[in-house]
Design a protein around this ligand. Structure first.
Ligand SMILES: Nc1nc2c(ncn2[C@@H]2O[C@H](COP(=O)(O)OP(=O)(O)OP(=O)(O)O)[C@@H](O)[C@H]2O)c(=O)[nH]1
Ligand SMILES: [Mg+2]
Length: 246
């Protein structure tokens, strides 16, 4: 039977390891300070007859090449191509957390947004409209409390639907200023012709325009090591290239 890979990404301290521990029965370090998870922990769980392998990624505020943690998280999402990436957001600071979610949505369409600490939001009188958010972002959105075990089966149903391809999310496309969009329009087809459809060409073109040399070096190493052989017209079965970005 297929084992689906599920990655947990999100800002530090949003409850990723708490969710990971709840689902896998393992004991990743959790606590109320940032940067606890440094290595990639993995564990297994099943849901409705499906098997999943979950990877607890380090918490990051963005996915550029600013730090080892950012590179590890970015490389996992892009090169390991998890079947689903769950972006865990803190319900009490959605605006700040959304930055990372939008970055992940630029990299892959296989995303479920998970709004955690919904108990805390309720206590503070914050109402989160998951249906509206889901429409705006173009991906499934679940509200949960990992600590209080609320909303978990709803989240897992969404994860299973994306993993099996029953749902193919169409993430929102962030539009940048005119000048950047003009450059993207030139560069993106070149990236697509060179690397095929395995990666989101829009995301890669953005990274190139940002002169992300760390990413370029990683890509170069992978191509040199034969880990990744680009093929023209490579079809990725919906992986990594956002449908409405292609
Ligand atoms: N109130 C509330 N607290 C939660 C919930 N989920 C997690 N927490 C708490 O949030 C804090 C951070 O949780 P972690 O699971 O360690 O967060 P993390 O995202 O793995 O953090 P890093 O590894 O640093 O990125 C801990 O004190 C948890 O107990 C929740 O649903 N409600
Ligand atoms: Mg953690």
């Amino acid at each position: 039977m297929a084992v689906y890979t599920v990655a947990l990404a999100g800002n530090p301290n949003t409850g990723k390891s708490t969710l990971f521990n709840l689902l896998t029965g393992l004991r990743q370090h959790t606590g109320n300070w940032a940067g606890k998870t440094v290595d990639l922990a993995q564990g297994d769980f099943t849901h409705n007859g499906h098997e999943f392998r979950m990877i607890d990624l380090p918490g990051t505020y963005s996915l550029f090449s600013n730090s080892k943690d950012e590179e590890v998280t970015r490389d996992f999402i892009v090169f390991e191509e998890p079947d689903v990436t769950i972006v865990v957001l803190d319900a009490t600071s959605l605006e700040r957390n959304m930055n990372l979610a939008l970055q992940v949505l630029e990299m892959t369409n296989r995303v479920v947004v998970c709004i955690n600490l919904i108990d805390e939001a309720k206590r503070l009188g914050i109402h989160v409209d998951t249906a509206l958010l889901s429409r705006k972002l173009g991906v499934p959105v679940a509200a949960i409390s990992a600590r209080n075990k609320i909303g978990i089966s709803g989240l897992l149903s969404m994860v299973a639907s994306v993993a099996t391809g029953e749902i193919v999310p169409e993430p929102v496309r962030v539009r940048y200023q005119e000048e950047l969009e003009r450059k993207l329009a030139v560069l993106e087809p070149v990236v697509r012709d060179t690397l095929g459809l395995r990666f989101s060409s829009r995301w890669l073109a953005l990274r190139l325009l940002d002169e992300d040399t760390g990413l370029l070096e990683t890509l170069r190493q992978k191509m040199k090591g034969g880990e990744f052989v680009p093929r023209k017209g490579d079809v990725n079965h919906g992986r990594s290239a956002c449908h409405n970005l292609a």
